[in-house]
Design a protein around this ligand. Structure first.
Ligand code: SF4
Ligand code: SF4
Length: 203
């Protein structure tokens, strides 16, 4: 007859008194270390829509899409948890430091594929002359704050800030007009700004 060893008996009695050694997951969440690298999450307050996180993502888990519709233009960031390797590069290289952060969320099983994603959208600023995408409004405002008085050397940056006060001409007023000197003080893309500066005959 097989008789249990003393050590096995001791462990069995200890387990009976103290409970099992393993965590009761999924009945209860497993305690995580502070530096656990879970699902990346965007912050709608801190993210400025610059796109640096997508550039540095080694797994190409973050995609960036500029969408220009009749009534609105926006940049959409999609972080696909199916591709993410939880390396933390996006958080480490975030321009605003806290625009994206790895959370403690690790339960990432979903019935629908679209649920396995983190999405954030940013309003885009368009060139008032040609309609090309310049940058997200939040990024231009961030630049204004960072540059201080130097921001006044770039009309696109400081005018975007002044528009927050609602004291400037709406973009639609400019539509279909030929380039003139007033375009120097408009929100324009680099290409149109160059055209305005190089125009020799200002009527
Ligand atoms: S602010 Fe950070 S999280 Fe937002 S787009 Fe830029 S790098 Fe990505
Ligand atoms: S944690 Fe790594 S793989 Fe996941 S989105 Fe960020 S950079 Fe990409």
């Amino acid at each position: 007859m097989y008789l249990p060893k003393v050590r096995e008996l001791k462990e069995a009695i200890t387990a009976l008194i103290k409970g099992p050694y393993t965590h009761p997951f999924p009945k209860e969440p497993t305690p995580l270390p502070d530096n656990f690298r879970g699902a990346p999450k965007y912050s709608s307050e801190s993210c400025i829509g610059c796109g640096a996180c997508a550039e540095v993502c080694p797994a190409r888990a973050i995609s960036v899409e500029d969408i220009v519709e009749e009534n609105r233009a926006f940049r959409r960031f999609t972080c696909d948890y199916g591709n993410c390797i939880f390396c933390g590069e996006c958080e480490l290289n975030c321009t605003s430091d806290t625009g994206i952060q790895l959370s403690q969320e690790y339960e990432l099983s979903f019935f629908e594929q679209q649920d396995a994603r983190e999405v954030i959208e940013h309003e885009l600023v368009l060139c008032e002359i040609c309609g090309a995408v310049i940058a997200p409004r939040a990024q231009l405002l961030y630049l204004y704050e960072k540059l201080g008085t130097i921001a006044y050397s770039n009309p696109t940056v400081y005018l975007t800030r002044l528009k927050e006060f609602g004291i400037l001409t709406p973009e639609s007023d400019r539509k279909d007009k030929p380039i003139d000197r007033w375009d120097l003080v408009r929100v324009t893309c680099p290409s149109c700004r160059r055209d305005v500066l190089l125009k020799e005959e200002w009527g």
